[in-house]
Design a protein around this ligand. Structure first.
Ligand code: NOJ
Length: 546
Protein backbone atom coordinates (compact mmCIF):
# COMPACT_ATOMS: atom_id res chain seq x y z
CA UNK A 1 0.00 0.00 0.00
CA UNK A 2 1.32 3.40 -0.97
CA UNK A 3 1.82 6.36 1.26
CA UNK A 4 -1.71 7.56 0.91
CA UNK A 5 -3.86 4.58 1.76
CA UNK A 6 -7.03 6.15 0.47
CA UNK A 7 -5.71 6.27 -3.11
CA UNK A 8 -5.52 2.48 -3.21
CA UNK A 9 -8.69 1.60 -1.41
CA UNK A 10 -12.15 0.40 -2.22
CA UNK A 11 -14.61 2.04 0.15
CA UNK A 12 -17.79 0.17 1.06
CA UNK A 13 -20.56 2.31 2.49
CA UNK A 14 -23.16 0.83 4.74
CA UNK A 15 -25.69 1.76 7.36
CA UNK A 16 -25.15 -0.30 10.52
CA UNK A 17 -28.89 -0.07 11.19
CA UNK A 18 -29.81 -1.98 8.02
CA UNK A 19 -26.80 -4.27 7.60
CA UNK A 20 -27.07 -7.09 10.16
CA UNK A 21 -29.01 -7.46 13.38
CA UNK A 22 -27.33 -9.61 16.02
CA UNK A 23 -29.62 -9.34 19.04
CA UNK A 24 -33.01 -9.96 17.44
CA UNK A 25 -34.53 -6.52 17.92
CA UNK A 26 -34.96 -5.88 14.18
CA UNK A 27 -32.24 -3.22 14.11
CA UNK A 28 -28.79 -3.77 12.65
CA UNK A 29 -25.95 -3.30 15.13
CA UNK A 30 -22.16 -3.24 15.58
CA UNK A 31 -22.01 -6.88 16.66
CA UNK A 32 -23.95 -7.84 13.55
CA UNK A 33 -21.49 -5.92 11.40
CA UNK A 34 -18.54 -7.55 13.20
CA UNK A 35 -20.03 -10.90 12.25
CA UNK A 36 -20.04 -9.82 8.61
CA UNK A 37 -16.47 -8.57 8.44
CA UNK A 38 -15.30 -11.84 6.93
CA UNK A 39 -17.80 -11.39 4.12
CA UNK A 40 -16.39 -7.91 3.48
CA UNK A 41 -12.84 -9.25 3.60
CA UNK A 42 -13.69 -11.84 0.98
CA UNK A 43 -15.34 -9.15 -1.15
CA UNK A 44 -12.00 -7.35 -1.04
CA UNK A 45 -13.01 -3.92 0.26
CA UNK A 46 -10.55 -2.35 2.67
CA UNK A 47 -12.37 0.67 4.04
CA UNK A 48 -15.86 1.06 5.45
CA UNK A 49 -17.80 4.30 5.55
CA UNK A 50 -20.52 4.01 8.17
CA UNK A 51 -23.63 6.16 7.77
CA UNK A 52 -24.26 8.25 10.91
CA UNK A 53 -23.87 6.17 14.08
CA UNK A 54 -24.72 8.79 16.68
CA UNK A 55 -27.79 9.03 18.92
CA UNK A 56 -30.62 10.52 16.88
CA UNK A 57 -34.37 10.92 16.80
CA UNK A 58 -33.99 9.49 13.29
CA UNK A 59 -36.02 12.07 11.42
CA UNK A 60 -33.38 12.20 8.65
CA UNK A 61 -32.03 8.67 9.01
CA UNK A 62 -29.36 9.71 11.50
CA UNK A 63 -28.34 12.97 9.79
CA UNK A 64 -29.92 14.65 12.81
CA UNK A 65 -27.61 14.08 15.74
CA UNK A 66 -28.31 14.61 19.45
CA UNK A 67 -24.88 13.62 20.82
CA UNK A 68 -21.65 13.70 18.83
CA UNK A 69 -19.70 11.86 21.52
CA UNK A 70 -21.70 8.69 21.61
CA UNK A 71 -23.24 5.98 19.50
CA UNK A 72 -26.92 5.34 18.95
CA UNK A 73 -27.75 2.82 21.71
CA UNK A 74 -29.87 0.87 19.24
CA UNK A 75 -26.63 -0.01 17.40
CA UNK A 76 -24.71 -1.05 20.52
CA UNK A 77 -22.31 0.64 22.90
CA UNK A 78 -19.10 2.57 22.45
CA UNK A 79 -17.43 -0.64 23.58
CA UNK A 80 -19.01 -2.50 20.66
CA UNK A 81 -17.82 0.23 18.33
CA UNK A 82 -14.25 -0.05 19.64
CA UNK A 83 -14.48 -3.81 19.16
CA UNK A 84 -15.58 -3.24 15.57
CA UNK A 85 -12.54 -1.03 14.95
CA UNK A 86 -10.28 -3.69 16.38
CA UNK A 87 -11.82 -6.56 14.44
CA UNK A 88 -11.80 -4.57 11.21
CA UNK A 89 -8.15 -3.58 11.72
CA UNK A 90 -7.27 -7.26 12.21
CA UNK A 91 -8.55 -7.82 8.70
CA UNK A 92 -6.82 -4.79 7.23
CA UNK A 93 -10.06 -2.83 6.98
CA UNK A 94 -10.18 0.83 7.96
CA UNK A 95 -13.34 2.43 9.29
CA UNK A 96 -14.57 5.93 8.48
CA UNK A 97 -17.62 7.55 10.01
CA UNK A 98 -20.05 10.16 8.78
CA UNK A 99 -19.41 13.52 10.39
CA UNK A 100 -22.60 15.55 10.33
CA UNK A 101 -21.72 18.86 11.93
CA UNK A 102 -23.30 21.45 9.68
CA UNK A 103 -26.35 21.11 11.89
CA UNK A 104 -27.66 19.25 14.90
CA UNK A 105 -31.03 17.74 15.62
CA UNK A 106 -33.42 20.28 17.15
CA UNK A 107 -33.54 17.84 20.08
CA UNK A 108 -29.80 18.24 20.71
CA UNK A 109 -29.22 19.65 24.24
CA UNK A 110 -27.29 22.56 22.69
CA UNK A 111 -30.33 23.66 20.68
CA UNK A 112 -32.69 23.00 23.57
CA UNK A 113 -30.57 25.27 25.71
CA UNK A 114 -30.24 27.85 22.91
CA UNK A 115 -34.01 28.24 22.56
CA UNK A 116 -34.60 28.41 26.29
CA UNK A 117 -33.16 31.90 26.71
CA UNK A 118 -31.26 34.58 24.79
CA UNK A 119 -28.73 34.35 27.64
CA UNK A 120 -28.07 30.63 27.15
CA UNK A 121 -24.36 29.87 26.64
CA UNK A 122 -25.47 27.93 23.57
CA UNK A 123 -27.62 30.69 22.05
CA UNK A 124 -24.87 31.84 19.74
CA UNK A 125 -24.06 28.28 18.69
CA UNK A 126 -26.89 28.56 16.16
CA UNK A 127 -27.76 31.14 13.52
CA UNK A 128 -30.51 33.59 14.49
CA UNK A 129 -32.37 36.55 13.12
CA UNK A 130 -34.61 38.82 15.18
CA UNK A 131 -36.66 39.75 12.10
CA UNK A 132 -38.00 37.65 9.27
CA UNK A 133 -35.06 37.37 6.82
CA UNK A 134 -35.73 38.41 3.22
CA UNK A 135 -34.15 35.18 1.97
CA UNK A 136 -36.41 33.02 4.13
CA UNK A 137 -37.63 31.01 1.14
CA UNK A 138 -34.30 30.61 -0.63
CA UNK A 139 -31.61 27.91 -0.69
CA UNK A 140 -33.72 24.87 0.26
CA UNK A 141 -31.99 21.53 -0.29
CA UNK A 142 -35.17 19.46 -0.25
CA UNK A 143 -37.62 21.25 -2.56
CA UNK A 144 -41.12 19.91 -2.18
CA UNK A 145 -40.45 18.78 1.38
CA UNK A 146 -38.95 21.99 2.70
CA UNK A 147 -40.46 25.41 2.12
CA UNK A 148 -38.02 27.68 3.93
CA UNK A 149 -34.50 27.95 5.33
CA UNK A 150 -35.42 30.32 8.16
CA UNK A 151 -38.12 29.26 10.62
CA UNK A 152 -39.62 31.24 13.46
CA UNK A 153 -39.14 29.56 16.82
CA UNK A 154 -41.86 30.54 19.25
CA UNK A 155 -39.98 29.68 22.38
CA UNK A 156 -36.78 31.37 21.21
CA UNK A 157 -38.79 34.31 19.81
CA UNK A 158 -36.44 34.49 16.87
CA UNK A 159 -35.85 33.00 13.43
CA UNK A 160 -33.28 30.22 13.13
CA UNK A 161 -31.46 29.09 10.01
CA UNK A 162 -31.58 25.55 8.61
CA UNK A 163 -30.17 24.59 5.21
CA UNK A 164 -31.93 21.25 5.45
CA UNK A 165 -35.14 20.29 7.27
CA UNK A 166 -36.51 22.57 10.00
CA UNK A 167 -35.53 19.96 12.61
CA UNK A 168 -31.87 20.39 11.58
CA UNK A 169 -30.80 23.85 12.85
CA UNK A 170 -27.45 24.97 11.41
CA UNK A 171 -24.55 25.47 13.77
CA UNK A 172 -22.97 28.91 13.72
CA UNK A 173 -19.48 28.53 12.30
CA UNK A 174 -18.70 32.20 12.92
CA UNK A 175 -18.59 31.27 16.58
CA UNK A 176 -15.08 30.17 17.68
CA UNK A 177 -16.60 27.95 20.37
CA UNK A 178 -18.45 25.96 17.73
CA UNK A 179 -15.29 25.65 15.69
CA UNK A 180 -13.27 24.31 18.56
CA UNK A 181 -16.04 21.93 19.62
CA UNK A 182 -16.06 20.40 16.14
CA UNK A 183 -12.31 19.88 16.37
CA UNK A 184 -12.83 18.15 19.69
CA UNK A 185 -15.39 15.84 18.10
CA UNK A 186 -12.99 14.91 15.30
CA UNK A 187 -10.19 14.30 17.79
CA UNK A 188 -12.44 12.14 19.96
CA UNK A 189 -13.22 9.70 17.15
CA UNK A 190 -9.65 9.70 15.90
CA UNK A 191 -8.55 8.79 19.40
CA UNK A 192 -10.91 5.82 19.28
CA UNK A 193 -9.29 4.73 16.04
CA UNK A 194 -11.38 5.86 13.06
CA UNK A 195 -9.36 6.30 9.88
CA UNK A 196 -11.26 9.27 8.54
CA UNK A 197 -14.52 11.10 8.10
CA UNK A 198 -17.08 11.46 5.40
CA UNK A 199 -17.90 15.10 5.99
CA UNK A 200 -21.52 15.95 5.36
CA UNK A 201 -22.61 19.17 3.66
CA UNK A 202 -19.20 20.87 3.57
CA UNK A 203 -20.20 23.91 1.44
CA UNK A 204 -22.68 24.80 4.18
CA UNK A 205 -20.27 24.23 7.05
CA UNK A 206 -17.98 26.95 5.72
CA UNK A 207 -20.86 29.34 5.03
CA UNK A 208 -20.82 32.39 7.30
CA UNK A 209 -24.55 32.91 7.17
CA UNK A 210 -26.10 36.34 7.59
CA UNK A 211 -29.86 36.88 7.46
CA UNK A 212 -30.92 38.38 4.14
CA UNK A 213 -27.77 37.30 2.34
CA UNK A 214 -28.38 34.11 0.36
CA UNK A 215 -24.81 34.32 -1.00
CA UNK A 216 -23.04 34.39 2.36
CA UNK A 217 -19.22 34.38 2.28
CA UNK A 218 -17.40 31.06 2.55
CA UNK A 219 -14.50 30.51 4.92
CA UNK A 220 -12.21 27.96 3.28
CA UNK A 221 -9.62 28.67 5.96
CA UNK A 222 -11.70 26.58 8.35
CA UNK A 223 -11.10 23.52 6.18
CA UNK A 224 -7.35 24.09 6.41
CA UNK A 225 -7.71 24.38 10.19
CA UNK A 226 -9.62 21.12 10.38
CA UNK A 227 -7.13 19.39 8.11
CA UNK A 228 -4.10 20.33 10.15
CA UNK A 229 -5.90 19.54 13.41
CA UNK A 230 -6.87 16.10 12.18
CA UNK A 231 -3.41 15.39 10.88
CA UNK A 232 -1.68 16.42 14.03
CA UNK A 233 -3.77 13.85 15.83
CA UNK A 234 -3.34 11.07 13.29
CA UNK A 235 -0.96 11.55 10.38
CA UNK A 236 -2.87 9.41 7.91
CA UNK A 237 -6.41 10.45 8.89
CA UNK A 238 -8.48 11.37 5.89
CA UNK A 239 -11.30 13.80 5.17
CA UNK A 240 -13.72 12.86 2.39
CA UNK A 241 -16.11 15.69 1.67
CA UNK A 242 -19.57 15.89 0.25
CA UNK A 243 -19.43 19.12 -1.76
CA UNK A 244 -21.80 19.00 -4.69
CA UNK A 245 -20.80 22.38 -6.14
CA UNK A 246 -20.00 23.82 -9.58
CA UNK A 247 -16.81 22.32 -11.04
CA UNK A 248 -14.88 25.60 -10.98
CA UNK A 249 -15.39 25.81 -7.22
CA UNK A 250 -14.02 22.33 -6.49
CA UNK A 251 -10.27 23.16 -6.35
CA UNK A 252 -10.80 25.48 -3.41
CA UNK A 253 -12.03 22.56 -1.37
CA UNK A 254 -8.82 20.65 -1.98
CA UNK A 255 -6.63 23.66 -1.26
CA UNK A 256 -3.89 25.28 -3.23
CA UNK A 257 -3.70 23.52 -6.60
CA UNK A 258 -0.13 24.72 -7.15
CA UNK A 259 1.09 23.61 -3.74
CA UNK A 260 0.58 20.57 -1.60
CA UNK A 261 -3.13 21.00 -0.97
CA UNK A 262 -4.02 21.61 2.61
CA UNK A 263 -7.75 21.19 2.93
CA UNK A 264 -9.91 18.20 2.02
CA UNK A 265 -8.08 15.04 0.91
CA UNK A 266 -10.88 13.57 -1.13
CA UNK A 267 -14.09 14.83 -2.72
CA UNK A 268 -16.97 12.81 -4.09
CA UNK A 269 -17.04 13.28 -7.84
CA UNK A 270 -20.69 14.28 -8.25
CA UNK A 271 -20.01 15.56 -11.77
CA UNK A 272 -18.74 12.17 -12.84
CA UNK A 273 -21.70 10.48 -11.20
CA UNK A 274 -24.22 12.45 -13.28
CA UNK A 275 -22.16 11.97 -16.42
CA UNK A 276 -21.69 8.25 -15.96
CA UNK A 277 -25.44 7.86 -15.65
CA UNK A 278 -26.03 10.07 -18.69
CA UNK A 279 -23.45 8.13 -20.72
CA UNK A 280 -25.16 4.86 -19.79
CA UNK A 281 -28.58 6.29 -20.71
CA UNK A 282 -27.36 7.58 -24.08
CA UNK A 283 -25.04 4.63 -24.72
CA UNK A 284 -22.43 7.19 -25.55
CA UNK A 285 -19.28 7.95 -23.52
CA UNK A 286 -19.08 11.60 -24.61
CA UNK A 287 -20.29 13.14 -21.31
CA UNK A 288 -17.67 11.16 -19.37
CA UNK A 289 -14.91 12.06 -21.83
CA UNK A 290 -15.82 15.72 -21.59
CA UNK A 291 -15.61 15.66 -17.80
CA UNK A 292 -12.37 13.64 -17.67
CA UNK A 293 -10.82 16.20 -20.00
CA UNK A 294 -12.04 19.21 -18.06
CA UNK A 295 -11.56 17.90 -14.52
CA UNK A 296 -9.79 20.60 -12.51
CA UNK A 297 -6.14 20.03 -11.76
CA UNK A 298 -5.79 18.71 -8.21
CA UNK A 299 -2.97 19.35 -5.76
CA UNK A 300 -0.75 16.34 -5.01
CA UNK A 301 -2.59 14.21 -2.51
CA UNK A 302 -5.96 15.58 -3.69
CA UNK A 303 -8.10 12.70 -4.82
CA UNK A 304 -11.56 11.86 -6.16
CA UNK A 305 -14.02 9.38 -4.74
CA UNK A 306 -16.17 7.91 -7.49
CA UNK A 307 -19.62 6.41 -7.08
CA UNK A 308 -22.61 5.25 -9.03
CA UNK A 309 -25.06 4.89 -6.16
CA UNK A 310 -25.09 6.27 -2.65
CA UNK A 311 -27.75 6.55 0.06
CA UNK A 312 -29.37 9.61 -1.56
CA UNK A 313 -31.17 10.14 -4.85
CA UNK A 314 -28.96 10.26 -7.97
CA UNK A 315 -28.58 14.00 -8.25
CA UNK A 316 -28.90 15.12 -11.87
CA UNK A 317 -28.97 18.84 -11.13
CA UNK A 318 -25.62 19.48 -12.80
CA UNK A 319 -26.88 18.15 -16.13
CA UNK A 320 -28.68 20.34 -18.66
CA UNK A 321 -32.47 20.02 -18.90
CA UNK A 322 -32.14 17.93 -22.07
CA UNK A 323 -29.57 15.64 -20.55
CA UNK A 324 -31.70 15.23 -17.44
CA UNK A 325 -34.74 14.37 -19.53
CA UNK A 326 -32.77 11.64 -21.33
CA UNK A 327 -31.74 10.11 -18.02
CA UNK A 328 -35.25 10.31 -16.59
CA UNK A 329 -36.71 8.76 -19.76
CA UNK A 330 -34.30 5.83 -19.62
CA UNK A 331 -33.90 5.22 -15.90
CA UNK A 332 -36.72 6.97 -14.05
CA UNK A 333 -39.77 7.03 -16.31
CA UNK A 334 -42.39 6.87 -13.52
CA UNK A 335 -43.03 10.02 -11.49
CA UNK A 336 -42.64 7.90 -8.36
CA UNK A 337 -39.02 7.14 -9.26
CA UNK A 338 -38.08 10.82 -9.25
CA UNK A 339 -37.23 12.93 -6.24
CA UNK A 340 -36.90 16.67 -5.56
CA UNK A 341 -37.32 17.35 -9.33
CA UNK A 342 -33.65 16.57 -9.78
CA UNK A 343 -32.97 12.96 -8.98
CA UNK A 344 -33.81 9.29 -9.14
CA UNK A 345 -34.50 7.20 -6.05
CA UNK A 346 -33.52 3.83 -7.45
CA UNK A 347 -30.70 1.36 -7.16
CA UNK A 348 -28.56 0.64 -10.17
CA UNK A 349 -29.64 -2.93 -11.02
CA UNK A 350 -33.33 -2.09 -11.56
CA UNK A 351 -32.38 1.12 -13.38
CA UNK A 352 -30.58 -1.10 -15.88
CA UNK A 353 -33.54 -3.54 -16.01
CA UNK A 354 -31.46 -6.14 -14.24
CA UNK A 355 -29.37 -6.52 -17.41
CA UNK A 356 -26.27 -8.25 -16.09
CA UNK A 357 -24.06 -7.15 -18.99
CA UNK A 358 -25.00 -3.52 -18.48
CA UNK A 359 -24.58 -3.68 -14.70
CA UNK A 360 -21.06 -5.06 -15.16
CA UNK A 361 -20.29 -2.42 -17.78
CA UNK A 362 -21.46 0.35 -15.45
CA UNK A 363 -19.39 -0.82 -12.49
CA UNK A 364 -16.36 -1.63 -14.64
CA UNK A 365 -16.53 1.95 -15.90
CA UNK A 366 -16.74 3.40 -12.40
CA UNK A 367 -13.94 1.25 -10.99
CA UNK A 368 -11.63 2.02 -13.91
CA UNK A 369 -11.88 5.79 -13.44
CA UNK A 370 -9.25 7.79 -11.59
CA UNK A 371 -9.93 8.05 -7.89
CA UNK A 372 -11.16 5.68 -5.23
CA UNK A 373 -14.35 3.74 -5.87
CA UNK A 374 -17.10 3.86 -3.28
CA UNK A 375 -19.55 0.98 -3.36
CA UNK A 376 -22.91 1.06 -1.61
CA UNK A 377 -23.91 -2.06 0.31
CA UNK A 378 -26.15 -4.42 -1.62
CA UNK A 379 -24.99 -3.19 -5.02
CA UNK A 380 -22.58 -6.12 -5.16
CA UNK A 381 -25.51 -8.52 -5.32
CA UNK A 382 -27.73 -6.27 -7.45
CA UNK A 383 -30.31 -5.28 -4.85
CA UNK A 384 -33.37 -3.31 -5.87
CA UNK A 385 -35.45 -0.51 -4.36
CA UNK A 386 -38.81 -0.40 -2.62
CA UNK A 387 -40.73 2.53 -4.09
CA UNK A 388 -43.52 2.10 -1.55
CA UNK A 389 -41.16 3.58 1.05
CA UNK A 390 -41.00 7.33 1.42
CA UNK A 391 -38.36 9.40 -0.40
CA UNK A 392 -34.82 8.13 -0.11
CA UNK A 393 -35.82 5.23 2.16
CA UNK A 394 -36.67 3.36 -1.07
CA UNK A 395 -32.95 2.61 -1.47
CA UNK A 396 -32.19 2.02 2.20
CA UNK A 397 -33.75 -1.41 2.73
CA UNK A 398 -31.99 -4.12 4.79
CA UNK A 399 -29.13 -6.12 3.31
CA UNK A 400 -30.30 -9.36 1.72
CA UNK A 401 -28.15 -12.11 3.17
CA UNK A 402 -30.04 -15.33 2.62
CA UNK A 403 -33.29 -17.19 1.91
CA UNK A 404 -34.13 -17.15 5.63
CA UNK A 405 -36.97 -15.07 7.01
CA UNK A 406 -36.29 -11.34 6.66
CA UNK A 407 -33.40 -12.14 4.33
CA UNK A 408 -31.28 -13.29 7.26
CA UNK A 409 -31.01 -9.65 8.33
CA UNK A 410 -32.96 -10.15 11.54
CA UNK A 411 -35.11 -12.73 13.29
CA UNK A 412 -37.51 -9.96 14.34
CA UNK A 413 -39.64 -7.52 12.36
CA UNK A 414 -36.97 -5.39 10.60
CA UNK A 415 -36.55 -1.70 11.23
CA UNK A 416 -37.43 -1.18 7.57
CA UNK A 417 -39.15 -3.75 5.35
CA UNK A 418 -36.95 -6.21 3.53
CA UNK A 419 -37.72 -6.40 -0.20
CA UNK A 420 -39.80 -9.56 -0.42
CA UNK A 421 -41.72 -9.30 -3.67
CA UNK A 422 -40.78 -9.30 -7.32
CA UNK A 423 -37.52 -9.69 -9.21
CA UNK A 424 -35.43 -8.09 -6.46
CA UNK A 425 -36.93 -9.93 -3.51
CA UNK A 426 -34.52 -11.57 -1.09
CA UNK A 427 -35.80 -14.95 -2.19
CA UNK A 428 -34.19 -14.20 -5.56
CA UNK A 429 -31.34 -11.84 -4.74
CA UNK A 430 -29.23 -12.72 -1.73
CA UNK A 431 -25.64 -13.33 -0.66
CA UNK A 432 -26.04 -17.04 0.10
CA UNK A 433 -27.28 -17.83 -3.38
CA UNK A 434 -24.55 -15.79 -5.01
CA UNK A 435 -21.71 -17.16 -2.90
CA UNK A 436 -22.40 -20.61 -4.23
CA UNK A 437 -22.40 -19.51 -7.83
CA UNK A 438 -19.05 -18.57 -9.31
CA UNK A 439 -20.84 -16.77 -12.14
CA UNK A 440 -22.87 -14.56 -9.82
CA UNK A 441 -22.67 -10.78 -9.70
CA UNK A 442 -21.12 -11.09 -6.24
CA UNK A 443 -18.35 -13.34 -7.60
CA UNK A 444 -17.84 -10.84 -10.41
CA UNK A 445 -17.44 -7.98 -7.92
CA UNK A 446 -14.96 -10.01 -5.87
CA UNK A 447 -12.86 -10.57 -8.98
CA UNK A 448 -13.06 -6.98 -10.15
CA UNK A 449 -12.16 -5.54 -6.75
CA UNK A 450 -9.18 -7.87 -6.46
CA UNK A 451 -8.01 -6.98 -9.94
CA UNK A 452 -8.24 -3.31 -9.09
CA UNK A 453 -6.35 -3.77 -5.87
CA UNK A 454 -3.48 -5.39 -7.68
CA UNK A 455 -3.39 -2.45 -10.10
CA UNK A 456 -2.34 0.53 -7.98
CA UNK A 457 -1.77 2.65 -11.10
CA UNK A 458 -5.53 3.06 -11.39
CA UNK A 459 -5.88 4.83 -8.07
CA UNK A 460 -2.48 6.47 -7.96
CA UNK A 461 -1.68 7.21 -11.57
CA UNK A 462 -2.91 9.61 -14.19
CA UNK A 463 -6.04 8.85 -16.15
CA UNK A 464 -6.28 9.87 -19.78
CA UNK A 465 -8.80 9.39 -22.53
CA UNK A 466 -7.30 7.97 -25.70
CA UNK A 467 -7.58 10.62 -28.33
CA UNK A 468 -8.59 8.70 -31.40
CA UNK A 469 -11.71 8.19 -33.45
CA UNK A 470 -13.26 5.03 -32.12
CA UNK A 471 -16.38 3.09 -33.04
CA UNK A 472 -19.64 4.63 -31.85
CA UNK A 473 -20.22 4.10 -28.14
CA UNK A 474 -16.66 3.08 -27.26
CA UNK A 475 -14.50 4.68 -24.59
CA UNK A 476 -10.79 3.92 -24.40
CA UNK A 477 -8.79 5.32 -21.51
CA UNK A 478 -5.62 4.46 -19.71
CA UNK A 479 -4.11 4.72 -16.26
CA UNK A 480 -0.39 5.31 -15.87
CA UNK A 481 1.50 5.16 -12.62
CA UNK A 482 4.90 4.21 -11.29
CA UNK A 483 3.83 0.57 -11.05
CA UNK A 484 2.63 0.23 -14.63
CA UNK A 485 -0.06 1.12 -17.11
CA UNK A 486 -3.51 -0.20 -17.79
CA UNK A 487 -5.69 0.23 -20.85
CA UNK A 488 -9.47 0.18 -20.41
CA UNK A 489 -11.98 -0.35 -23.19
CA UNK A 490 -15.71 0.02 -22.67
CA UNK A 491 -18.44 -0.39 -25.22
CA UNK A 492 -21.51 1.47 -24.02
CA UNK A 493 -23.45 0.51 -27.12
CA UNK A 494 -24.98 -2.67 -28.45
CA UNK A 495 -22.95 -3.09 -31.67
CA UNK A 496 -19.83 -5.22 -31.89
CA UNK A 497 -16.74 -3.04 -32.23
CA UNK A 498 -13.19 -3.58 -33.43
CA UNK A 499 -10.34 -1.24 -32.48
CA UNK A 500 -6.85 -0.71 -33.70
CA UNK A 501 -4.73 0.96 -31.03
CA UNK A 502 -1.44 -0.35 -32.28
CA UNK A 503 0.32 2.91 -33.15
CA UNK A 504 -0.68 4.49 -29.88
CA UNK A 505 1.34 2.18 -27.71
CA UNK A 506 4.71 1.68 -29.30
CA UNK A 507 6.26 1.20 -25.88
CA UNK A 508 4.10 -1.80 -25.15
CA UNK A 509 5.46 -5.26 -24.99
CA UNK A 510 3.18 -8.25 -24.36
CA UNK A 511 -0.08 -6.58 -23.38
CA UNK A 512 -1.94 -8.81 -21.01
CA UNK A 513 -5.68 -8.95 -20.45
CA UNK A 514 -6.46 -9.00 -16.72
CA UNK A 515 -10.22 -8.57 -16.69
CA UNK A 516 -13.05 -8.55 -19.21
CA UNK A 517 -16.67 -9.36 -19.83
CA UNK A 518 -15.80 -12.56 -21.66
CA UNK A 519 -12.84 -14.52 -22.95
CA UNK A 520 -11.60 -12.56 -25.96
CA UNK A 521 -8.89 -13.92 -28.23
CA UNK A 522 -5.50 -13.36 -26.65
CA UNK A 523 -4.27 -9.80 -27.00
CA UNK A 524 -1.57 -9.71 -29.64
CA UNK A 525 -0.22 -6.34 -30.62
CA UNK A 526 -3.33 -4.23 -29.97
CA UNK A 527 -4.08 -3.85 -33.67
CA UNK A 528 -7.29 -5.85 -33.62
CA UNK A 529 -9.15 -5.59 -30.37
CA UNK A 530 -12.77 -6.65 -30.40
CA UNK A 531 -15.44 -5.61 -27.95
CA UNK A 532 -18.89 -7.14 -27.67
CA UNK A 533 -22.10 -5.23 -26.92
CA UNK A 534 -21.70 -3.66 -23.46
CA UNK A 535 -18.26 -5.28 -23.46
CA UNK A 536 -15.26 -4.15 -21.44
CA UNK A 537 -11.64 -5.15 -21.21
CA UNK A 538 -8.86 -4.23 -18.80
CA UNK A 539 -5.49 -4.73 -20.47
CA UNK A 540 -2.21 -4.34 -18.65
CA UNK A 541 0.30 -2.64 -20.92
CA UNK A 542 3.61 -4.18 -19.98
CA UNK A 543 6.54 -1.98 -20.73
CA UNK A 544 9.89 -3.06 -22.11
CA UNK A 545 11.98 -4.81 -19.49
CA UNK A 546 9.11 -4.98 -17.00
C1 NOJ B 1 -26.37 14.99 2.88
C2 NOJ B 1 -26.69 13.55 3.19
O1 NOJ B 1 -26.13 12.72 2.20
C3 NOJ B 1 -28.20 13.45 3.23
O2 NOJ B 1 -28.62 12.11 3.34
C4 NOJ B 1 -28.72 14.28 4.40
O3 NOJ B 1 -30.13 14.31 4.37
C5 NOJ B 1 -28.21 15.73 4.31
N1 NOJ B 1 -26.82 15.82 3.98
C6 NOJ B 1 -28.42 16.45 5.62
O4 NOJ B 1 -27.49 16.02 6.58
Amino acid sequence: MGERWYTESVIYCLDVETFQDSNGDGIGDFQGLIGRLDYLTRLGVNCLWLSPIHPTPGKDDGYDVTDFYNVDPRLGTLGDFAELLHQAANRGIKVMIDLVVNHTSDEHPWFQSAISSPDSPYRDWYVWSAKEPSDRHQGMVFPGEQSETWTYHRRARAWYYHRFYDFQPDLNFSNPQVRSEIKKILAFWIQLGVAGFRMDAVPFIIELTEPGDPESPLDFGYLSELRSHVQWRRGDAMLLAEANVEPEKLPQYFGDAGGTGNRIHMLFDFMLNGRLVLALARQNPEPVIEWLRSTPHLPPGGHWATFLRNHDEIDLSRLTADQREDVFAEFGPDPDMKLYDRGIRRRLAPMLDGDRARIELAYSLQFSMRGTPVLRYGEEIGMGEDLSLKGRYAIRTPMQWSFAKNAGFSAAEPVRPVISKGEYSYQKINVTAQREDDKSLLAWFERMIRTLRESPEVGNGTCSVIDRTLPQGVLAHRADGPTGSMLFLHNLGTEDAVLDLHELFPETNHPNEVFGDKAYPEVGDLSELSLGPYGYRWIRLRRQNV
